[in-house]
Design a protein around this ligand. Structure first.
Ligand code: N01
Length: 492
Protein backbone atom coordinates (compact mmCIF):
# COMPACT_ATOMS: atom_id res chain seq x y z
CA UNK A 1 0.00 0.00 0.00
CA UNK A 2 1.39 3.42 -0.89
CA UNK A 3 1.82 6.08 1.76
CA UNK A 4 -0.99 8.08 0.15
CA UNK A 5 -3.40 5.11 0.35
CA UNK A 6 -2.28 4.27 3.85
CA UNK A 7 -2.81 7.85 4.97
CA UNK A 8 -6.43 7.68 3.92
CA UNK A 9 -7.01 4.67 6.08
CA UNK A 10 -4.81 5.14 9.10
CA UNK A 11 -6.36 6.76 12.13
CA UNK A 12 -5.11 10.24 12.85
CA UNK A 13 -3.99 10.80 9.27
CA UNK A 14 -5.14 14.40 9.53
CA UNK A 15 -2.74 15.19 12.40
CA UNK A 16 -0.29 17.97 11.60
CA UNK A 17 3.31 17.44 12.74
CA UNK A 18 6.19 19.87 13.04
CA UNK A 19 9.68 18.39 13.17
CA UNK A 20 12.24 20.98 14.27
CA UNK A 21 15.75 20.23 13.03
CA UNK A 22 16.94 18.19 10.05
CA UNK A 23 19.96 16.53 11.56
CA UNK A 24 20.23 12.82 12.14
CA UNK A 25 17.27 12.65 14.56
CA UNK A 26 14.93 15.08 12.75
CA UNK A 27 15.46 13.13 9.54
CA UNK A 28 14.61 9.97 11.41
CA UNK A 29 11.35 11.45 12.73
CA UNK A 30 10.36 12.65 9.26
CA UNK A 31 11.07 9.25 7.67
CA UNK A 32 9.26 7.30 10.38
CA UNK A 33 6.21 9.56 10.39
CA UNK A 34 5.91 9.23 6.66
CA UNK A 35 6.33 5.47 6.89
CA UNK A 36 3.57 5.36 9.51
CA UNK A 37 1.24 7.05 7.04
CA UNK A 38 1.12 10.59 8.41
CA UNK A 39 1.11 12.86 5.37
CA UNK A 40 1.13 16.27 7.11
CA UNK A 41 4.69 16.63 8.34
CA UNK A 42 6.65 19.88 8.08
CA UNK A 43 10.40 19.71 8.68
CA UNK A 44 11.97 23.00 9.75
CA UNK A 45 15.73 23.51 9.52
CA UNK A 46 17.44 26.69 10.62
CA UNK A 47 20.50 26.14 8.42
CA UNK A 48 20.77 25.86 4.66
CA UNK A 49 21.41 22.13 4.59
CA UNK A 50 20.69 18.93 6.49
CA UNK A 51 22.99 16.86 8.66
CA UNK A 52 23.31 18.84 11.91
CA UNK A 53 26.68 18.27 13.51
CA UNK A 54 27.95 16.49 10.38
CA UNK A 55 27.08 19.57 8.34
CA UNK A 56 28.60 22.07 10.77
CA UNK A 57 31.86 20.26 11.49
CA UNK A 58 34.26 20.00 8.56
CA UNK A 59 37.60 20.37 10.35
CA UNK A 60 40.68 18.41 9.23
CA UNK A 61 40.69 14.92 10.72
CA UNK A 62 36.98 14.85 11.59
CA UNK A 63 35.62 11.37 12.12
CA UNK A 64 33.21 9.67 14.44
CA UNK A 65 34.63 7.57 17.22
CA UNK A 66 31.65 5.23 17.19
CA UNK A 67 32.22 2.43 14.64
CA UNK A 68 30.47 3.29 11.38
CA UNK A 69 28.73 -0.04 11.07
CA UNK A 70 26.75 0.78 14.19
CA UNK A 71 26.62 4.54 13.65
CA UNK A 72 23.87 4.26 11.04
CA UNK A 73 20.12 3.94 10.93
CA UNK A 74 19.05 0.40 11.63
CA UNK A 75 16.79 0.56 8.57
CA UNK A 76 19.47 1.90 6.22
CA UNK A 77 22.57 -0.29 6.23
CA UNK A 78 25.60 0.89 4.31
CA UNK A 79 28.11 -1.64 3.01
CA UNK A 80 30.47 1.08 1.76
CA UNK A 81 31.95 2.59 4.91
CA UNK A 82 35.61 3.14 4.14
CA UNK A 83 36.98 2.78 7.68
CA UNK A 84 36.03 1.34 11.01
CA UNK A 85 35.54 4.96 12.07
CA UNK A 86 34.63 6.80 8.90
CA UNK A 87 35.19 10.47 8.21
CA UNK A 88 32.72 13.25 8.95
CA UNK A 89 32.29 13.83 5.23
CA UNK A 90 31.33 10.20 4.67
CA UNK A 91 28.82 10.36 7.48
CA UNK A 92 27.28 13.51 6.04
CA UNK A 93 27.10 11.85 2.60
CA UNK A 94 25.43 8.83 4.17
CA UNK A 95 22.79 11.06 5.81
CA UNK A 96 22.28 12.97 2.59
CA UNK A 97 21.90 9.67 0.69
CA UNK A 98 19.29 8.43 3.16
CA UNK A 99 17.39 11.73 2.93
CA UNK A 100 17.29 11.42 -0.86
CA UNK A 101 16.38 7.76 -0.86
CA UNK A 102 13.48 8.35 1.51
CA UNK A 103 12.34 11.45 -0.34
CA UNK A 104 12.63 13.89 2.55
CA UNK A 105 15.42 16.17 1.28
CA UNK A 106 13.06 18.12 -0.96
CA UNK A 107 10.56 18.49 1.82
CA UNK A 108 12.85 20.14 4.35
CA UNK A 109 12.22 23.85 4.82
CA UNK A 110 15.79 25.11 4.94
CA UNK A 111 16.76 28.48 6.42
CA UNK A 112 13.57 28.39 8.45
CA UNK A 113 14.41 28.54 12.13
CA UNK A 114 11.59 28.38 14.65
CA UNK A 115 11.66 31.18 17.22
CA UNK A 116 8.61 30.29 19.24
CA UNK A 117 6.23 27.41 19.97
CA UNK A 118 3.10 28.25 21.91
CA UNK A 119 0.33 25.91 23.04
CA UNK A 120 -3.16 27.39 23.21
CA UNK A 121 -4.84 24.48 24.98
CA UNK A 122 -5.58 22.65 21.75
CA UNK A 123 -2.82 23.16 19.19
CA UNK A 124 0.74 24.45 18.91
CA UNK A 125 1.46 27.71 17.10
CA UNK A 126 4.97 27.87 15.68
CA UNK A 127 6.49 31.16 14.66
CA UNK A 128 9.41 31.16 12.26
CA UNK A 129 12.35 33.56 12.39
CA UNK A 130 10.68 35.32 9.49
CA UNK A 131 7.62 35.99 11.65
CA UNK A 132 5.16 33.56 10.00
CA UNK A 133 2.96 31.47 12.25
CA UNK A 134 1.70 27.96 11.48
CA UNK A 135 -0.40 25.57 13.51
CA UNK A 136 0.38 21.97 14.45
CA UNK A 137 -1.09 19.21 16.60
CA UNK A 138 2.18 17.59 17.53
CA UNK A 139 5.70 19.05 17.79
CA UNK A 140 8.90 17.01 17.71
CA UNK A 141 12.11 18.81 18.53
CA UNK A 142 15.31 17.31 17.18
CA UNK A 143 17.68 20.21 17.72
CA UNK A 144 20.80 18.31 18.82
CA UNK A 145 23.10 18.77 21.78
CA UNK A 146 26.52 19.96 20.57
CA UNK A 147 25.13 22.68 18.36
CA UNK A 148 26.09 26.13 19.68
CA UNK A 149 29.84 26.78 19.58
CA UNK A 150 31.48 28.39 22.59
CA UNK A 151 34.26 30.89 21.91
CA UNK A 152 36.71 31.27 24.80
CA UNK A 153 36.44 34.26 27.04
CA UNK A 154 40.02 35.46 26.59
CA UNK A 155 41.17 39.09 26.53
CA UNK A 156 41.96 40.42 23.10
CA UNK A 157 40.20 37.71 21.11
CA UNK A 158 38.96 40.29 18.62
CA UNK A 159 42.42 41.82 18.22
CA UNK A 160 43.87 38.91 16.29
CA UNK A 161 44.39 39.96 12.70
CA UNK A 162 44.68 36.56 11.04
CA UNK A 163 41.89 34.09 10.38
CA UNK A 164 40.21 33.13 13.66
CA UNK A 165 37.31 30.71 13.93
CA UNK A 166 35.67 27.98 15.99
CA UNK A 167 36.44 24.39 15.03
CA UNK A 168 32.80 23.81 14.04
CA UNK A 169 32.85 26.82 11.68
CA UNK A 170 36.02 25.96 9.78
CA UNK A 171 36.97 28.58 7.22
CA UNK A 172 38.32 26.57 4.30
CA UNK A 173 39.26 29.70 2.37
CA UNK A 174 42.51 29.77 4.38
CA UNK A 175 45.03 27.03 3.77
CA UNK A 176 46.74 25.95 6.97
CA UNK A 177 49.43 23.87 5.28
CA UNK A 178 52.89 25.27 5.93
CA UNK A 179 51.45 27.99 8.23
CA UNK A 180 51.78 28.74 11.93
CA UNK A 181 48.52 27.63 13.47
CA UNK A 182 47.32 28.07 17.05
CA UNK A 183 44.78 25.58 18.38
CA UNK A 184 43.04 26.25 21.70
CA UNK A 185 41.63 23.21 23.51
CA UNK A 186 42.45 19.54 23.85
CA UNK A 187 39.02 17.90 23.59
CA UNK A 188 38.09 15.21 21.05
CA UNK A 189 37.98 17.86 18.33
CA UNK A 190 41.41 19.36 18.94
CA UNK A 191 43.00 15.93 19.23
CA UNK A 192 41.63 14.97 15.81
CA UNK A 193 42.77 18.28 14.31
CA UNK A 194 46.27 17.95 15.77
CA UNK A 195 46.59 14.41 14.48
CA UNK A 196 45.51 15.45 11.00
CA UNK A 197 47.66 18.58 10.78
CA UNK A 198 50.98 17.56 12.32
CA UNK A 199 52.56 16.30 9.10
CA UNK A 200 51.76 19.30 6.93
CA UNK A 201 51.46 22.31 9.20
CA UNK A 202 54.32 24.80 9.40
CA UNK A 203 54.02 24.90 13.16
CA UNK A 204 51.12 23.95 15.39
CA UNK A 205 50.92 25.54 18.85
CA UNK A 206 48.48 23.41 20.81
CA UNK A 207 47.22 25.31 23.86
CA UNK A 208 46.25 22.84 26.56
CA UNK A 209 44.44 23.90 29.71
CA UNK A 210 43.75 20.38 30.99
CA UNK A 211 45.41 17.16 29.80
CA UNK A 212 43.17 14.39 28.52
CA UNK A 213 43.17 10.63 28.77
CA UNK A 214 43.48 9.05 25.35
CA UNK A 215 42.55 5.44 24.74
CA UNK A 216 44.24 3.91 21.69
CA UNK A 217 41.76 2.68 19.12
CA UNK A 218 42.82 1.53 15.67
CA UNK A 219 41.02 2.80 12.63
CA UNK A 220 41.72 0.34 9.82
CA UNK A 221 40.42 0.70 6.30
CA UNK A 222 37.66 -1.72 5.42
CA UNK A 223 38.92 -3.89 2.54
CA UNK A 224 37.03 -3.88 -0.79
CA UNK A 225 36.37 -7.59 -0.43
CA UNK A 226 34.64 -7.05 2.91
CA UNK A 227 32.51 -4.23 1.45
CA UNK A 228 31.40 -6.52 -1.36
CA UNK A 229 30.60 -9.33 1.04
CA UNK A 230 28.51 -6.91 3.13
CA UNK A 231 26.69 -5.58 0.06
CA UNK A 232 25.78 -9.11 -1.03
CA UNK A 233 24.57 -10.16 2.35
CA UNK A 234 22.61 -7.58 4.37
CA UNK A 235 22.28 -10.12 7.21
CA UNK A 236 26.03 -9.81 7.63
CA UNK A 237 25.64 -6.05 8.18
CA UNK A 238 22.99 -6.70 10.79
CA UNK A 239 25.21 -9.17 12.61
CA UNK A 240 28.06 -6.68 12.51
CA UNK A 241 25.76 -3.98 13.90
CA UNK A 242 24.66 -6.27 16.74
CA UNK A 243 28.22 -7.35 17.47
CA UNK A 244 29.51 -3.76 17.63
CA UNK A 245 26.57 -2.57 19.70
CA UNK A 246 27.09 -5.42 22.11
CA UNK A 247 30.83 -4.70 22.45
CA UNK A 248 30.14 -1.05 23.19
CA UNK A 249 27.36 -1.78 25.64
CA UNK A 250 29.31 -4.34 27.58
CA UNK A 251 32.64 -2.58 27.83
CA UNK A 252 33.00 1.19 27.73
CA UNK A 253 29.34 1.92 28.46
CA UNK A 254 29.50 -0.18 31.62
CA UNK A 255 32.83 1.33 32.65
CA UNK A 256 31.42 4.83 32.92
CA UNK A 257 28.39 3.92 35.02
CA UNK A 258 30.10 2.02 37.79
CA UNK A 259 31.65 -1.23 36.50
CA UNK A 260 35.03 -0.94 38.23
CA UNK A 261 36.58 -3.85 36.37
CA UNK A 262 35.75 -2.39 32.96
CA UNK A 263 36.91 1.05 34.08
CA UNK A 264 40.23 -0.42 35.23
CA UNK A 265 40.72 -1.86 31.73
CA UNK A 266 40.08 1.55 30.18
CA UNK A 267 42.51 3.18 32.63
CA UNK A 268 45.20 0.63 31.93
CA UNK A 269 44.86 1.09 28.18
CA UNK A 270 45.12 4.87 28.60
CA UNK A 271 48.18 4.62 30.84
CA UNK A 272 49.96 2.27 28.46
CA UNK A 273 49.17 4.60 25.60
CA UNK A 274 50.55 7.60 27.50
CA UNK A 275 53.71 5.64 28.30
CA UNK A 276 54.52 5.60 24.57
CA UNK A 277 55.38 9.32 24.78
CA UNK A 278 59.18 9.28 24.85
CA UNK A 279 60.10 12.66 26.32
CA UNK A 280 59.39 12.54 30.09
CA UNK A 281 58.72 16.27 30.24
CA UNK A 282 56.15 16.09 27.46
CA UNK A 283 54.66 12.96 29.02
CA UNK A 284 54.29 14.78 32.34
CA UNK A 285 52.52 17.66 30.62
CA UNK A 286 50.13 15.22 28.98
CA UNK A 287 49.34 13.37 32.20
CA UNK A 288 45.87 14.07 33.63
CA UNK A 289 45.27 14.25 37.37
CA UNK A 290 41.75 12.83 37.28
CA UNK A 291 40.24 9.47 36.49
CA UNK A 292 40.12 8.23 32.90
CA UNK A 293 36.68 8.70 31.28
CA UNK A 294 35.66 11.44 33.74
CA UNK A 295 35.87 13.88 30.86
CA UNK A 296 34.75 12.55 27.50
CA UNK A 297 37.38 9.92 26.73
CA UNK A 298 39.44 10.56 23.64
CA UNK A 299 39.92 7.73 21.21
CA UNK A 300 43.03 7.84 19.08
CA UNK A 301 45.96 5.57 18.43
CA UNK A 302 47.84 8.35 16.59
CA UNK A 303 47.61 11.47 18.74
CA UNK A 304 50.68 10.79 20.89
CA UNK A 305 52.74 9.94 17.81
CA UNK A 306 51.64 13.19 16.14
CA UNK A 307 52.02 15.47 19.14
CA UNK A 308 55.67 14.38 19.31
CA UNK A 309 56.37 15.60 15.77
CA UNK A 310 58.77 18.55 15.58
CA UNK A 311 56.03 20.65 13.98
CA UNK A 312 53.90 20.50 17.14
CA UNK A 313 54.43 22.38 20.38
CA UNK A 314 52.25 21.60 23.37
CA UNK A 315 51.84 24.85 25.26
CA UNK A 316 50.68 24.48 28.85
CA UNK A 317 51.33 28.00 30.13
CA UNK A 318 48.06 29.78 30.71
CA UNK A 319 46.87 32.00 27.90
CA UNK A 320 47.01 35.58 29.11
CA UNK A 321 45.66 37.37 26.10
CA UNK A 322 45.36 37.31 22.37
CA UNK A 323 47.23 39.94 20.42
CA UNK A 324 47.29 41.18 16.84
CA UNK A 325 49.71 38.50 15.68
CA UNK A 326 49.48 35.70 18.19
CA UNK A 327 48.79 34.38 21.68
CA UNK A 328 50.61 35.72 24.74
CA UNK A 329 51.01 33.19 27.54
CA UNK A 330 51.49 33.88 31.24
CA UNK A 331 55.27 33.30 30.98
CA UNK A 332 55.38 36.44 28.82
CA UNK A 333 56.02 34.59 25.57
CA UNK A 334 54.27 35.59 22.36
CA UNK A 335 53.36 32.61 20.18
CA UNK A 336 53.25 34.16 16.72
CA UNK A 337 50.52 32.74 14.54
CA UNK A 338 49.07 33.01 11.05
CA UNK A 339 45.78 31.41 12.05
CA UNK A 340 43.96 30.68 15.29
CA UNK A 341 41.39 27.93 15.81
CA UNK A 342 39.25 27.63 18.93
CA UNK A 343 38.31 24.00 19.56
CA UNK A 344 36.69 25.18 22.75
CA UNK A 345 33.52 23.11 22.72
CA UNK A 346 29.80 23.72 22.75
CA UNK A 347 27.00 24.99 24.94
CA UNK A 348 25.56 21.55 25.63
CA UNK A 349 22.69 22.36 27.97
CA UNK A 350 20.43 24.57 25.90
CA UNK A 351 18.66 21.83 23.95
CA UNK A 352 15.95 23.54 21.85
CA UNK A 353 16.48 26.95 23.44
CA UNK A 354 16.79 29.91 22.79
CA UNK A 355 13.60 28.93 20.94
CA UNK A 356 10.79 30.07 23.23
CA UNK A 357 8.48 27.27 24.26
CA UNK A 358 5.24 28.20 25.99
CA UNK A 359 3.20 25.29 27.24
CA UNK A 360 -0.15 24.89 28.97
CA UNK A 361 -1.41 27.96 30.88
CA UNK A 362 1.47 30.15 29.68
CA UNK A 363 4.12 28.11 31.49
CA UNK A 364 7.46 28.47 29.69
CA UNK A 365 10.23 25.94 29.20
CA UNK A 366 12.69 28.59 30.39
CA UNK A 367 10.86 28.66 33.72
CA UNK A 368 10.45 24.91 33.85
CA UNK A 369 14.18 24.41 33.30
CA UNK A 370 15.41 27.48 35.20
CA UNK A 371 17.15 25.30 37.79
CA UNK A 372 17.95 22.22 35.70
CA UNK A 373 16.87 20.53 32.49
CA UNK A 374 14.43 17.93 33.72
CA UNK A 375 12.53 15.74 31.33
CA UNK A 376 10.74 12.43 31.68
CA UNK A 377 12.86 9.69 30.08
CA UNK A 378 14.44 12.44 27.97
CA UNK A 379 11.41 12.69 25.67
CA UNK A 380 8.79 14.89 27.32
CA UNK A 381 8.18 17.57 29.92
CA UNK A 382 5.13 18.04 32.17
CA UNK A 383 3.00 21.00 31.11
CA UNK A 384 3.99 20.65 27.45
CA UNK A 385 1.42 18.33 25.90
CA UNK A 386 2.00 16.69 22.53
CA UNK A 387 5.52 18.10 22.52
CA UNK A 388 8.27 15.52 22.24
CA UNK A 389 12.05 15.64 22.11
CA UNK A 390 14.59 13.32 20.57
CA UNK A 391 17.95 13.33 22.37
CA UNK A 392 16.59 15.42 25.21
CA UNK A 393 18.10 15.82 28.71
CA UNK A 394 19.84 12.74 30.15
CA UNK A 395 19.86 10.86 26.89
CA UNK A 396 22.68 8.35 26.70
CA UNK A 397 25.00 10.53 24.66
CA UNK A 398 28.58 9.45 24.60
CA UNK A 399 28.04 5.91 25.80
CA UNK A 400 26.36 4.42 22.74
CA UNK A 401 25.65 5.08 19.07
CA UNK A 402 23.48 8.18 19.18
CA UNK A 403 21.65 7.10 16.04
CA UNK A 404 20.57 3.93 17.79
CA UNK A 405 19.47 5.97 20.81
CA UNK A 406 17.41 8.30 18.61
CA UNK A 407 15.72 5.36 16.92
CA UNK A 408 14.75 3.86 20.26
CA UNK A 409 13.50 7.18 21.60
CA UNK A 410 11.49 7.90 18.51
CA UNK A 411 9.92 4.42 18.50
CA UNK A 412 8.79 5.22 22.05
CA UNK A 413 7.46 8.63 21.03
CA UNK A 414 5.55 6.95 18.19
CA UNK A 415 3.70 4.85 20.73
CA UNK A 416 2.61 8.02 22.49
CA UNK A 417 1.59 9.54 19.18
CA UNK A 418 -0.53 6.43 18.56
CA UNK A 419 -2.53 7.25 21.68
CA UNK A 420 -3.49 10.54 20.05
CA UNK A 421 -3.87 9.18 16.52
CA UNK A 422 -6.11 6.38 17.67
CA UNK A 423 -8.31 8.72 19.65
CA UNK A 424 -7.45 7.49 23.14
CA UNK A 425 -6.17 10.94 24.10
CA UNK A 426 -6.28 14.44 22.74
CA UNK A 427 -3.37 15.53 24.90
CA UNK A 428 -0.53 13.47 26.29
CA UNK A 429 2.35 14.59 28.51
CA UNK A 430 4.41 13.04 31.32
CA UNK A 431 2.98 13.59 34.78
CA UNK A 432 4.81 15.83 37.23
CA UNK A 433 5.05 13.02 39.73
CA UNK A 434 6.62 10.57 37.24
CA UNK A 435 9.05 13.22 36.02
CA UNK A 436 10.15 14.07 39.56
CA UNK A 437 10.59 10.39 40.35
CA UNK A 438 12.64 9.79 37.20
CA UNK A 439 14.91 12.75 37.98
CA UNK A 440 15.34 11.76 41.62
CA UNK A 441 16.42 8.28 40.43
CA UNK A 442 18.87 9.87 38.01
CA UNK A 443 20.36 12.03 40.72
CA UNK A 444 20.86 9.01 43.00
CA UNK A 445 22.40 6.93 40.24
CA UNK A 446 24.86 9.66 39.22
CA UNK A 447 26.85 9.17 42.41
CA UNK A 448 28.15 5.87 41.05
CA UNK A 449 29.33 7.25 37.72
CA UNK A 450 32.80 8.26 36.64
CA UNK A 451 31.56 11.69 35.49
CA UNK A 452 31.34 12.93 39.08
CA UNK A 453 34.73 11.56 40.12
CA UNK A 454 36.35 15.01 40.06
CA UNK A 455 36.93 16.83 36.80
CA UNK A 456 35.23 19.56 34.81
CA UNK A 457 33.54 18.68 31.55
CA UNK A 458 30.67 19.66 29.32
CA UNK A 459 28.81 16.66 30.71
CA UNK A 460 28.15 18.63 33.90
CA UNK A 461 25.40 21.23 34.08
CA UNK A 462 25.66 24.47 36.06
CA UNK A 463 24.83 22.56 39.26
CA UNK A 464 27.52 19.96 38.62
CA UNK A 465 25.04 17.26 37.64
CA UNK A 466 25.93 15.18 34.59
CA UNK A 467 23.45 15.54 31.73
CA UNK A 468 23.95 11.87 30.98
CA UNK A 469 22.26 8.49 31.31
CA UNK A 470 23.60 6.99 34.53
CA UNK A 471 22.58 3.38 33.94
CA UNK A 472 23.51 0.59 31.57
CA UNK A 473 22.09 -0.02 28.14
CA UNK A 474 19.69 -2.74 29.32
CA UNK A 475 17.90 -0.25 31.51
CA UNK A 476 17.59 2.19 28.62
CA UNK A 477 16.26 -0.54 26.31
CA UNK A 478 13.84 -1.61 29.01
CA UNK A 479 12.54 1.92 29.62
CA UNK A 480 12.17 2.59 25.91
CA UNK A 481 10.42 -0.73 25.18
CA UNK A 482 6.91 0.37 26.08
CA UNK A 483 5.53 3.59 27.58
CA UNK A 484 4.16 3.15 31.04
CA UNK A 485 0.93 5.05 30.43
CA UNK A 486 0.37 5.42 34.16
CA UNK A 487 3.25 7.91 34.07
CA UNK A 488 1.39 10.17 31.64
CA UNK A 489 -1.38 12.67 31.94
CA UNK A 490 -3.78 11.92 29.13
CA UNK A 491 -6.73 14.20 28.47
CA UNK A 492 -9.50 13.67 25.99
O1 N01 B 1 34.95 20.26 22.97
P1 N01 B 1 35.26 19.95 24.52
P2 N01 B 1 35.25 19.35 21.69
N1 N01 B 1 41.04 28.54 27.46
O2 N01 B 1 34.27 20.73 25.29
C1 N01 B 1 39.27 23.93 26.20
C2 N01 B 1 32.02 15.34 20.58
N2 N01 B 1 32.99 15.04 19.56
O3 N01 B 1 34.72 20.10 20.51
O4 N01 B 1 39.31 20.78 29.53
C3 N01 B 1 41.69 27.40 27.19
O5 N01 B 1 35.36 18.51 24.79
C4 N01 B 1 38.83 22.92 27.21
O6 N01 B 1 39.73 22.90 28.28
P3 N01 B 1 39.28 22.27 29.71
C5 N01 B 1 32.42 14.64 21.85
O7 N01 B 1 31.28 14.25 22.55
C6 N01 B 1 32.93 13.80 19.08
O8 N01 B 1 36.62 18.90 21.64
O9 N01 B 1 37.89 22.78 29.97
N3 N01 B 1 41.09 26.26 26.87
C7 N01 B 1 38.86 21.66 26.35
O10 N01 B 1 40.15 21.15 26.22
C8 N01 B 1 33.17 15.71 22.55
O11 N01 B 1 33.30 15.52 23.91
C9 N01 B 1 33.81 13.42 18.15
O12 N01 B 1 40.27 22.79 30.66
C10 N01 B 1 39.75 26.26 26.81
C11 N01 B 1 38.39 22.17 25.00
O13 N01 B 1 38.61 23.56 24.99
C12 N01 B 1 32.33 16.91 22.17
O14 N01 B 1 32.05 16.71 20.81
C13 N01 B 1 34.78 14.28 17.67
C14 N01 B 1 39.00 27.42 27.06
C15 N01 B 1 36.92 21.91 24.75
O15 N01 B 1 36.73 20.55 24.71
C16 N01 B 1 33.01 18.23 22.33
O16 N01 B 1 34.35 18.11 21.92
C17 N01 B 1 34.82 15.56 18.18
C18 N01 B 1 39.70 28.58 27.41
N4 N01 B 1 39.05 29.73 27.69
C19 N01 B 1 33.91 15.93 19.13
N5 N01 B 1 37.70 27.11 26.93
C20 N01 B 1 33.64 12.05 17.66
O17 N01 B 1 34.55 11.45 17.21
C21 N01 B 1 37.64 25.81 26.62
N6 N01 B 1 38.89 25.29 26.54
C22 N01 B 1 32.28 11.43 17.77
Amino acid sequence: MSVAEQSQTRPGADLRFAVIGAGMSGMLAAIKLEEAGFPHVEIFEKAGDLGGTWRDNTYPGLSCDVPSHVYRYRFAPNPNWSHRFSSGREIWEYLDGVAREYGIRDRIRFNTGIDRCEYDGAVWHLTTEGGETETFDIVITATGVLRDPVMPDIDGLDDFEGPLFHSSRWDHSHDWRGKRVGLIGTGSTAIQITTAMADEVGKLSLFQRTPQWVVPVENPEIPEQEKQALAKDPARMDSLYDYLADRFQNTFARAVVGDKEELAKVEKACEENLATVRDPELRAKLTPDYQAACKRLIMSDRFYEQVQKPTVELVTDRIERIEVNGVRTADGRLHELDMLVCATGFEAHKFMRPMQVIGRDGHTLDDEWAEANRAYRSIGVPGFPNFFTIVGPNSPIGNFSLIMISEMQFAYIMKLIDQIAEGRAREIEPSREATDRFNADIKDAMTGTVWVSGCSSWYLDKNGNPAMWPWDFERFADEMAEPDLGDFRMAS
